[in-house]
Design a protein around this ligand. Structure first.
Ligand code: AMP
Ligand code: MN
Ligand code: MN
Ligand code: MN
Length: 272
């Protein structure tokens, strides 16, 4: 029996376009069996909108997506079921908002130096929570005509190979995994098929990684099957998430299918 779940949703508290209440309406419409908001580097959706989440308690898994790096590659670690007030995680996340602001300023300075005259204030006006992300910079680049669309902005300017790229921080994946686990959470590698991060899976497992997001629209059916089999062979749990930021033509609503049997190890870990 397939389940419809989505353990990877973003809200306006990071770089998503839907406020928590609107996202929850969409989740309710789809009738997901399980879901998690996993905003970038913040638990603000849960902290600031607790009442909106309360009716969903049975299907809701608390989540966060922590940006880390390994050998200069961006690695996103999902932390599920983390304690909201856990000091070790609060300490890491607490510094991320300022760190992201400083990084945005560095990116904008690089853009300015190459004649692209966008300002920090313009970018800040695009943010809706305490988190500044590159998508906010991309929106200004597109609006001001410096890029054709989001992908163009990332490819030419702000993505890892772009001319104005600045890495976020030297927080290691190991530090994130250890902190998530210290806070009672489950550490899962996000979209392992993206930007070559799958080469790190074995090393991440030695660092305490417990699962991989095998089912993601970032993956072809073939890749998803490969990650599912890899997870099983490595005794890692399997999750599914769409990395939903807003309704798009190809993914108008949250939700990814996963076989009940494939998701069972995650639920077992969750209820341990
Ligand atoms: P940041 O959190 O500031 O490092 O920005 C990364 C975010 O940009 C991720 O959440 C991605 O979902 C989003 N993003 C959108 N388009 C791209 C792209 N073409 N390449 C990389 N990230 C992208
Ligand atoms: Mn994002
Ligand atoms: Mn990600
Ligand atoms: Mn994401």
């Amino acid at each position: 029996m397939p389940l419809a779940i989505d353990l990877h949703l973003h809200t306006t508290e990071s770089d998503g376009m839907l406020e928590p209440a609107a996202l929850l309406r969409s989740v309710a419409l789809v009738g997901l069996d399980y879901f998690a908001v996993s905003d970038h580097d913040t638990l603000a959706a849960y902290e600031r909108h607790a009442a909106a989440f309360a009716p969903h308690a049975g299907r809701l898994v608390t989540g966060v997506e922590v940006s880390t790096s390994m050998d200069a590659t961006e690695v996103h670690i999902l932390g599920y079921n983390v304690g909201l007030g856990c000091a070790a995680l609060t300490a890491i996340l607490g510094s991320r908002s300022e760190l992201r602001r400083q990084r945005a300023e560095k990116i904008i300075a690089k853009l300015n130096a190459s004649g692209i005259s966008i300002s920090v204030e313009e970018v800040l006006r695009k943010t809706t929570g305490s988190i500044i992300g590159r998508p906010h910079i991309a929106r200004v680049l597109v609006e001001r005509g410096f890029a054709i669309d989001n992908d163009d902005a990332f490819t030419r300017f702000i993505g890892a190979s772009g001319s104005a790229y600045v890495a976020l921080s030297n927080l290691t994946a190991q530090q994130a995994i250890e902190t998530i686990r210290e806070c009672g959470g489950i550490a899962v590698l996000a979209h392992p098929g993206r930007n070559g991060v799958d080469v790190f899976i074995e090393e991440l497992r030695r660092c305490g990684l417990q699962g991989i997001e095998a089912f993601s629209p970032s993956h072809t059916t073939h890749e998803a099957e490969r990650f599912r089999a890899l997870a099983q062979s490595m005794n890692l749990v399997i999750t599914a998430g769409s990395d939903f930021h807003q309704p798009t033509a190809s993914h108008p609503r949250p939700g990814v299918e996963i076989d009940e049997a494939d998701f069972a190890p995650f639920l077992e870990l969750l209820h341990k």
